[in-house]
Design a binder for this molecule. Structure first.
Ligand SMILES: Nc1ncnc2c1ncn2[C@@H]1O[C@H](COP(=O)(O)OP(=O)(O)OP(=O)(O)O)[C@@H](O)[C@H]1O
Ligand SMILES: [Mg+2]
Length: 395
């Protein structure tokens, strides 16, 4: 039976579909969106707008568009303006334009048949329905790349042509196109490209400090007070930063690490829980990499693994790791290598992704290098290294 003990206060706040009220570090972009679409609150049927939202995986494109849509809809509602924000993921419809548009029609006409109509017919129905209701709509086409891939320039024509034949009539439909890679637009022919490229908002990858802020917000909402230490958030932010600044990755690690803490009945999320969480998301230790290491590389790494196994810390200072390495060397009757050599090992492990190193400048720590073991559970690393060192001894 599952234990009732839990570090979570409300784990739904870490669900992939949860959109927080506030999106730290996306304030400017949200304001920009509101600016582009402010006409909806002033003269909704006099204009239409097309905006592209572009950014790498996990940079907040979907969350930003949905938060913006909800904000604008509630503002419009307060003013008695008939406005709908509709968010459709094109990939869910395998990049098929008419199925994607069908979803938008069903907002008003739940029984509209899903088969038998082409994209142009469906779009024309959508505009008729909006006319009938006297409403305007922002239709967000998320993962638009997949639609371009499937339907090419033709899809863009279909989306824009019909509106152009409505000159002089009320404007009803605006678009937000979300894509990871603007390169997809390059595949389009010139005129489709120029129709799309008017307003582009680019979401830059999050830096580590920004990820710390995003994660801290979620920690407050989802965890019991004191269940996630500052250093643990730091460790996760660093990992998410290494994964192209992907906030989703960070949030997922946070949630899984909480789960591991619960399984162990720990009253807080320990760095080892984070490593276990990550080991289950990204491929962890590769045995072949360990087998290829030199004797002293293994001894140093063993010292680090033991440190993290025995201490519930996220970081170890390099000087402390060197002391522990000397102890391990004694155990194996080896003379420890000097600082420069150890420093080379650290560089090498960093390049393999086994360790991460950073220069800590916090006043309390002095200016020193600190190491973390982000992705491999210390227990597992120690076990593998010990086995491999014993094999070498017997040989
Ligand atoms: N600034 C932010 N503040 C709080 N949470 C954020 C922020 N940016 C992203 N997130 C969260 O990170 C996760 C990933 O964000 P989102 O799904 O919006 O990324 P995306 O850019 O659409 O990624 P993909 O290209 O994979 O679709 C979501 O859970 C989202 O709520
Ligand atoms: Mg998305």
């Amino acid at each position: 039976m599952a234990s009732t003990h839990t570090v979570f206060k409300d784990e739904s706040k870490l669900d992939i579909n949860y959109i927080p009220q506030k999106l730290p570090h996306r304030e400017t972009e949200q304001r920009l969106l509101l600016e582009f679409f402010s006409f909806i609150l002033r003269c909704p049927d006099r204009m239409a707008q097309r905006v592209i939202l572009a950014g790498d995986v996990g940079t907040g494109k979907t969350a930003l568009a949905q938060r913006f849509g909800a904000t604008l809809a509630s503002e419009a509602n307060k003013r008695g303006i008939k406005f709908r924000y509709v968010h459709v993921n094109c990939r869910e419809f395998r990049g098929n334009l008419s199925s994607t548009l069908h979803r938008a029609v069903t907002v008003f006409e739940p029984n509209y048949p899903s088969r038998g109509y082409g994209a142009e017919e469906t779009l024309s129905t959508l505009l008729q329905v909006l006319d009938r209701e006297g409403a305007t709509m922002i239709l967000t086409l998320d993962e638009f790349d997949s639609l371009i891939e499937k339907e090419g320039s033709d899809a863009v024509y279909k989306l824009t042509r019909l509106q152009e034949t409505r000159q002089g009539q009320p404007q009803r439909l605006s678009f937000i196109f979300i894509m990871r890679d603007l390169q997809a637009i390059e595949k389009l022919d010139e005129s489709a490209k120029s129709t799309l490229q008017r307003s582009i908002i680019r979401l830059q990858r999050y830096g580590k400090a920004q990820l710390v802020d995003i994660l801290n917000d979620r920690v407050k909402m989802a965890f019991e007070l004191g269940a996630v230490a500052e250093d643990v958030v730091d460790l996760i932010a660093e990992l998410a930063h290494a994964q192209t600044g992907n906030a989703r990755f960070g949030i997922e690690v946070l949630w899984r690490a909480g789960k591991y803490a619960d399984v162990q009945e720990a009253n807080c999320v320990l760095p080892e829980c984070v490593r276990m969480a990550v080991a289950n998301i990204v491929p962890g230790l590769r045995r072949s990499e360990l087998a290829g290491l030199g004797l002293h590389q293994k001894l140093f790494l063993l010292a680090v693994a033991r440190y993290f196994k025995e201490n519930e810390e996220a970081y170890v200072s390099l000087s402390e790791a060197e002391l522990d390495y000397a102890v391990v060397c004694e155990e194996f009757d080896e003379k420890p290598h000097g600082h420069t050599q150890v420093w080379n090992y650290v560089q090498y492990f960093t390049s393999l992704g086994i360790l991460r190193s950073e220069v800590a400048t916090a006043e309390t720590r002095g200016r020193s290098t600190r190491l973390s073991l982000p992705t491999i559970p210390a227990v597992e690393l120690e076990r593998e290294l010990t086995a491999s060192l014993q094999l070498a001894r017997r040989a």
